[in-house]
Design a protein around this ligand. Sequence first.
Ligand code: GLC
Length: 470
Amino acid sequence: MVILHISAECYPMAKAGGLGDVVGALPKYQKKLGDESMVVMPMYATPFLQKNEWEVIYKGNTNLADWFFDYTIIKEKTDQLGFSLFLVDIHGLLDRPKVYGYQDDTERFVGFQVAVVNWLSHWTTQPDRVHCHDHQAGLIPFMMKYCYDYDVLKNIKTVFTIHNAQYHGAMGWDKSLLLPRWDTWKHGLLEWNQSINSLATAVKCADKVTTVSQTYMHQLRFQSAGLESLFEYEQGKCVGILNGIDNEVWNPATDPMVPFHYSIENFKEGKRKNKQVLCAKYHLDMDKPLIVFIGRLVGEKAADILPGAIQHALDKTNCGANFLVIGAGDTATESALNYLTELYPGVYNTYIGYDEKTGHEAYAGADFLLMPSRVEPCGLNQMYSLRYGTIPIVRDTGGLRDTVTDIGDAGGFGIRFLHASEEDIVYSVERAIRLYQDMEKMESIIHTCMSIDHSWESVVSQYKNLYESI
Ligand code: GLC
């Protein structure tokens, strides 16, 4: 079977969040299972683009309303990611350093999708399944079925995966001119609340819809920023498939970004040495439990309540733990987090920004990872942390519920709390400190964490069954 993934992100070419990690790994493991799997994404001006060699696969032209443009499809020459990576180059529109955050993002991603369907309609090897990810590829199933010029694509089956339903890619009806000539009898498929809604359109038009955990699939019917009734109605074609993680990239025994390698056999020594490095770098106290937060500083991740919660936890426990916060996002949260460094030197620090190395070092050196997310479709960080023997402290929602069992329950290996509130975080921090004081128990839990398998190998067959079920 030939599978083509269409996405705005794919690590290491471009990553803004977990979407990039998933699209950068899933195809590799699908290929290992014997299928042909490829990715097409926009050509941004990223370091990965500059560092690698590319060959031109196709040159075409199409239009966005009355703007006629040329586009080029290029492919990374060596398939170094373990699969073929194609980029769409639209000069002036996509070739910018960032993935998102431009005023004309609507035109950029519609332009990307229009170029992709145009290319596909000229391609000799057509895929058996087109697998679109998030709203930036959400109009593709509609275009393949109902745009006159792309009739040749209408029998190719499509799957749409939701990594985040907070963003819909909604646009005014004036933007309908950007779409290639389409069957106007089908306008109801584009429409949601008087707008064109890319996410809703994908849910209506794709043959199957998935999201990245079963709990989140269920929660979408109650909390999806206005699409609840749609998910209720379409539940027959929706399934939750939990993400995997790339165990080759995320392996504390070989990870080149981790100062001291370790495995389940010698984690005690390995984690201690990594913690020493981390504590020295951020001026933290080696003898106290180290709790890290790694993620975008946005409301979905409940980053806004972190400064208050950390302050309360430190006061209430008489600085019984260290905190390290790594991430960037809302400026008010960033400055509140920075301010805490002045109040709690020696037990608190923050790194405003994100790079892969800082993340990997933190998973290796920390004792606990805190994820108080308000919304978490799957969450990859808790799975990385399990693999690195860092005990997850998570809110009971979405994929966090599906991957973390509380230490109070049979076989439990994490700390779970109900509300994204300061009180619940403080209480969970107190539980973590108590656990840390019982080293024997702590070590047996770390052992359990590190033995949990979230590898893609066990996930790809679920996608395969889904593709075959269409
Ligand atoms: C998004 C979600 C996250 C999920 C990831 C990959 O970033 O917020 O929960 O793990 O996509 O599917």
